[in-house]
Design a protein around this ligand. Structure first.
Ligand code: NAD
Length: 512
């Protein structure tokens, strides 16, 4: 990056530093048991992917810190659950207000840590996080159980109870909204949470921790522990008093965590990777479809779990669509995520950039053809231009594996059956989008596609009230919507005899 960009980033970090919690020492502290605990001795740098410079030293929370956080979380969670639901609701609304008040800092943290454009982080991401808390604040006093009409003389009540302590582990791509997605439903359902953000993007979770404290949530109800998966993450997953794990991240790590939870017989929800198809039919609004195809593939530099990374075009409109997409790509701006005009920032880290480059190389080796996309890419930093591959065979690695970068594979089909087969032909099943003006076709396809989320003539629409989760290797369990309540609560069946009840053996009792 140029010197002026480096200076702009240094100044932005200085601004952010004034808002980040401090507790002495050089490393950023962790929120443990309601207090900011000094960092160290083990720390890790978090790097700005635009400049390659260190943003801060971040604490690696040791297993003993996890123990401390969990012990206080258990007590705080029990008190929280026994607080009037309307009071819990008020505290959660206050968190939403504080997120809005501090949007500049929360957004800046994710822009510096991840490289996501500031235009999106300070507006869309913070608003989404605030709305998640508001939506779930509305649930705290509506968590009803049920009665079941069982045998006469008996009364059966189905009670719901929180797990107690939920361990929440998040990825780096949308740090603030990922954390809010985990925290809001877990808190609304009466749980305490130990949150571990990704090691590449921990800053906004620390700022969010301060919002939770300032909103008056009980001390220790939420701990924010930073550190890598194999130290802090494994200690959370393995802790016997953490009864529920909610994980968002890669399918590879999800499998590992799922297996560990299986061994420990612990409840687990997994939101994992994707390789989502976008199907475009000849009767679609092609301008709208071209806008959507470019957006879904390259949003957040392709680092979006529901990204439409496989574009399936009907042969009669394939050239037309690719032409329209090239026009749209030509006006996109790749650059400094702190600039308001930037559409695509850098990839999160050198490691992830190397992964993306390796996938592009494998696509070329296996015979896929890149479309010429003449976009200017800044020097230095973790920037990668958008890549659109045609002539992709379904068996190629770029067609099957999640890349998590700005790489789109294009396929051509000539009938609906082939389109469905192609769309379903990966291990993943997170999202899919259908572009057609024919309602009957859209309805038929929505049923045929193996995906947890299907969008017709739109992409990336989410709402806290609508369930979110993946089929196949994209996940287990659901986030958001009423479905998320069941994921965060245990169910207890309570039987009470309303008349004299006798054991069946009572009538055949042998004389004593
Ligand atoms: P990752 O799986 O490498 O890491 C995710 C989190 O797990 C991090 O906090 C990491 O520290 C932690 N972790 C790693 N190993 C662990 C272990 N052994 N025990 C406990 N915790 C461990 O994922 P990432 O690279 O941070 O994020 C990208 C992935 O996330 C992509 O695959 C993407 O599709 C997925 N994702 C899915 C969704 C969804 O809702 N389905 C949303 C966002 C991202």
């Amino acid at each position: 990056m140029r010197n002026d960009a480096e200076a702009q980033h240094a100044a932005a970090m200085e601004k952010l530093r004034s808002a980040l919690p401090r507790a002495g020492g050089t490393a950023l502290p962790n929120l443990v048991a309601g207090e900011w605990v000094p960092g160290g001795p083990d720390t890790r740098e978090t790097i700005d992917p635009t400049t390659g410079r260190s943003l801060a030293d971040v604490t690696i929370a040791a297993p003993s810190t996890v123990d401390h956080a969990v012990a206080t979380a258990r007590e705080a969670g029990a008190r929280w659950w026994n607080t009037d639901g309307q009071d819990r609701s008020r505290a959660m609304r206050k968190v939403a207000d504080l997120i809005r008040d501090r949007a500049d800092y929360l957004g800046l943290a994710d822009t510096l840590d991840v490289g996501r454009p500031i235009r999106d982080t300070v507006t869309r991401d913070t608003e989404r996080a605030a709305r998640l808390f508001e939506y779930w604040a509305g649930a705290t006093d509506r968590l009803r159980g049920a009665t079941v009409p069982v045998q006469p003389g008996l009364f059966n009540v189905v009670l719901r109870e929180p797990y107690g302590v939920v361990g929440a582990i998040t990825p780096w791509n949308y740090p603030l909204t990922n954390a809010a997605t985990k925290l809001a439903p877990a808190l609304a359902t009466g749980n305490a949470v130990v949150l571990k953000p990704a090691e590449d993007s921990p800053l906004s979770a620390l700022l969010l921790g301060q919002c939770l404290l300032d909103a008056g949530l009980p001390a220790g109800l939420v701990s924010v522990l930073t550190g890598p998966g194999d130290v802090t993450g494994e200690a959370i997953v393995g802790h016997p008093a953490v009864e529920k794990i909610t994980f968002t991240g890669s399918t590879e790590v999800g499998r590992k965590i799922g297996s560990r939870c299986g061994e420990l017989l612990k409840s687990v929800s997994l939101e994992l990777g994707g390789k989502s198809p976008m199907l475009v039919f000849p009767d679609a609004d092609l301008d709208g479809a071209a806008d959507a195809a470019v957006y879904t593939a390259f949003l957040n530099a392709g680092q979006t779990c529901t990204a439409g990374t496989r574009l399936l075009l009907h042969q009669s409109i394939a050239d037309d669509m690719l032409g329209r997409m090239k026009e749209r790509l030509a006006v996109l701006r790749i650059g400094d995520p702190l600039d308001e005009g930037t559409d695509i920032g850098p990839i999160v880290s050198q490691r992830q950039l190397a992964t993306v480059r390796a996938y592009v190389a494998s696509g070329l080796e296996q015979g896929a053809k890149p479309i010429d996309v003449a976009l200017e890419v800044p020097e230095g930093g973790c920037f990668h231009p958008p890549v659109i591959f045609t002539d992709v065979e379904p068996t190629m690695r770029i067609a099957q594996e999640e890349i998590f970068g700005p790489v789109l594979s294009v396929f051509v089909f000539d009938d609906v059956g082939k389109a469905v087969d192609l769309a379903n032909d990966t291990p993943y099943g997170l999202a899919a989008s259908i572009w057609t003006s024919e309602l009957a076709l859209a309805t038929e396809l929505a049923a045929a596609l193996q995906a947890g989320i299907v969008w017709t003539n739109c992409v990336h629409m989410l709402h806290p009230g609508s369930p979110y989760g993946g089929y196949k290797a994209s996940g287990v369990g659901l986030e958001m919507g009423d479905e998320a309540i069941g994921q965060h609560m245990k169910t207890k069946s309570v039987w009470t005899a309303t008349e004299d009840w006798r054991s069946p053996w009572a009538s055949v009792r042998h004389e004593l």
